[in-house]
Design a binder for this molecule. Structure first.
Ligand code: DOR
Ligand code: ZN
Length: 353
């Protein structure tokens, strides 16, 4: 079974400042092992990717160490509005955080939000972390400034229903859902504690059912929100939110295909065509993923290539094994081994700028 190279528009790679959790070489190895050949990396690093200087340094490190194609997000910060526009050309999109999560990036006043929408070039995407009532703010911004917005990791019934209504009105809103919000719920948090804690938090069974019921219409993309933290950090007094997802996203979603929860065609739309279209991403010629569609495997911490080395899905049986990944005609992953060398991937931006 052949699928196109998958695109993850929501990955945390922790460069700069969090390399003990993940770096470009380890994160992109995990991506390839998960059938993902292109990722967009989030800016909530330390320092955040919110100034041209940090962006330049991060791009240099990326070019030397990525094994698949990577685009960077610019992070919106009220302190650095004067140089925000300068980052557009070398980044894939702007990320605006309207809610609390890991890291310091946050926009919590309307004047700064308006500035971000006015400064960022109209043809370049804006992605927003917008939960609960912040989502209404994000959708209103899209309507007022008549430009597309992409809402990241939607997790609640009320949110997916609001987006469905916004789309029905013709507003330019797209959204992604993370596999953990489709395959785990609050009871997993009770079982696993900090190992199943992330932002947004896991939903109720009703939230999860609502996300699944919108999988064929309102949901545009599956995105991992791969957010590695070490076990030591997770077991500390103040555990950070976030879990990995690059290697488990396709096996979980393929398992759902085998259970007739969505079609194979829909999976490819959610994990390749729609991300490419929404973020206007470049073509990767001769790029595909070979899977053994009926092979059952068990997800194991010991197989996790991410530097943090664990997953809340440890022990879960899935259907569909990733056999080989080809990127631009080169074998980059085969039979459990990542072959691509650090530095062989390309830094990408949106096509339009
Ligand atoms: O759980 C999360 N962790 N959600 C986010 O939005 C950020 C992420 C992180 O960077 O750790
Ligand atoms: Zn995230």
């Amino acid at each position: 079974m052949i699928l196109p190279g998958l695109i993850d528009v929501h990955t945390h790679l922790r460069v700069p400042g969090g390399e003990h959790k993940e770096d470009f070489a380890t994160g992109t190895a995990a991506a390839l092992a998960g059938g993902i050949t292109m990722i967009l990396a989030m800016p909530n690093t330390s320092p955040p990717i919110a100034t041209p200087a940090v962006l330049a340094d991060t791009l240099t490190i990326a070019q030397q160490s990525i094994r698949c194609d990577v685009g960077l997000y610019a992070g919106a910060s009220g302190e650095h509005l004067s140089t925000l526009g300068e980052m557009a050309r070398q980044t894939a999109a702007l990320k605006i955080y309207l809610n609390d999560t890991f890291g310091t990036l946050r926009i919590d006043d309307v004047p700064t939000l308006i500035d971000c929408f006015k400064i960022w070039p109209k043809e370049k995407p804006i992605a927003l972390h917008a939960e609960k009532q912040s989502m209404a703010v994000a959708i209103a911004m899209s309507a007022v400034y008549d430009r597309p917005v992409h809402i990241v990791h939607v997790s609640r019934k009320e949110e997916i229903e609001l987006i469905a209504d916004a789309k029905m009105r013709g507003l330019k809103v797209t959204c992604e859902v993370a596999p953990h919000h489709l395959f785990l719920n609050q009871s997993d948090f009770e079982r696993l504690g900090p190992l199943a804690d992330m932002r947004p938090v896991l939903g109720t069974p009703e939230d999860v059912a609502s996300l699944w019921s919108h999988i064929n219409d309102t949901v545009d993309c599956i995105a991992t929100d791969h957010a590695p933290h070490t076990l030591e950090e997770k077991r500390s007094a103040n555990p950070p939110p976030g879990i990995v997802g690059l290697q488990t996203s396709l096996p979980l979603m393929w398992t759902a295909v085998t259970e007739n929860r969505l079609s194979q065609k829909r999976l490819v739309e959610l994990m390749h065509h729609n991300p490419k279209k929404i973020f206007d991403l470049p073509e990767q010629p001769d790029t595909f993923v070979e899977i053994e569609p009926e092979v059952k495997t068990t997800i194991r911490n010991s197989d996790i290539l991410s530097r943090c080395g664990w997953t809340p899905f440890d022990g879960r049986e899935v259907v569909g094994k990733i056999k080989r990944v080809i990127l631009r005609g080169e074998e980059v992953f085969a039979h459990g081994q990542v072959i691509a060398e650090p530095g062989s991937g390309r830094v990408i931006t949106a096509n339009s700028v």
